[in-house]
Design a protein around this ligand. Structure first.
Ligand code: ATP
Length: 201
């Protein structure tokens, strides 16, 4: 049994989650690496003992999960710590993703969508997918959407955007681009359905 593996990515506020939801409604199986990574570092998660061993019990909260903000600061300040963190977490995320892929194949899904916000930045995902689907819109639309949704200020959204891959690199990595600009949701759904057909959905 084979299925088309699609890596879905896009900048903050581009509409990734909206497109993902539409693909799921069309029958795609969804593998969300961020959610898996939160799971393995959450209460009872498979990464906790290795994290405590390597970084110290101070990085685990009283509730028994990774202290995310402390680890974020530590990993931000120390590239070696960041690499070690990735070495602990990535294989576990890989194992769980592989398990979910097997389950999707066994249940006869034709398309598996991997939600990978940092696909272009990370590189390691590229060879694991058959197609890269990029959701794109103008930077001003990204800012407007995120401000409306989150209450962040425009300059804070712009700072997040500046830390992400430049738009042109994301577009260069794309096999298919969904241009989510000036579209009503129904029009977006039609664009997604068109792309979905080429993924065997
Ligand atoms: P993030 O990177 O922050 O997780 P995202 O790329 O997943 O964002 P979404 O959450 O899908 O983006 O979209 C951001 C906001 O814009 C949401 O509130 C969503 O409902 C809205 N939105 C996205 N596309 C459209 C559209 N075509 N028409 C109207 N609203 C839209």
């Amino acid at each position: 049994m084979t299925a088309t593996r699609v890596g879905l990515t896009g900048g903050i506020g581009s509409g990734k989650s909206t497109v993902l939801q539409m693909l799921a409604e069309l029958g795609a199986a969804v593998v969300d690496a961020d959610a898996i990574s939160r799971e393995v570092t959450g209460i009872g998660g498979a990464a906790l003992s290795a994290l405590a061993r390597h970084f110290g019990a101070g990085f685990i909260t009283a509730e028994g999960q990774l202290d995310r903000s402390r680890m974020r600061e530590h990993a931000y300040a120390d590239p070696l710590a960041r690499r070690r963190l990735e070495e602990i977490i990535h294989p576990l995320v890989g194992q769980e993703s592989a398990r979910q892929v097997r389950a999707a194949l066994e249940s006869g899904r034709h398309c598996i969508v991997f939600d990978i916000p940092l696909l272009v930045e990370s590189g390691r995902w590229r060879q694991q997918v058959d197609r890269v689907l990029v959701v794109d819109c103008s930077p001003s639309t990204q800012v407007a959407r995120v401000v409306a949704r989150s209450g962040l200020q425009a300059h804070e959204v712009q700072a997040i955007m500046a830390a992400q891959s430049p738009r042109r690199l994301r577009l260069a990595a794309a096999d298919i681009v969904i241009c989510n600009e000036g579209l009503q949701l129904a029009q977006l759904r039609a664009e997604v359905a068109l792309a979905a057909r080429s993924f065997g959905l």
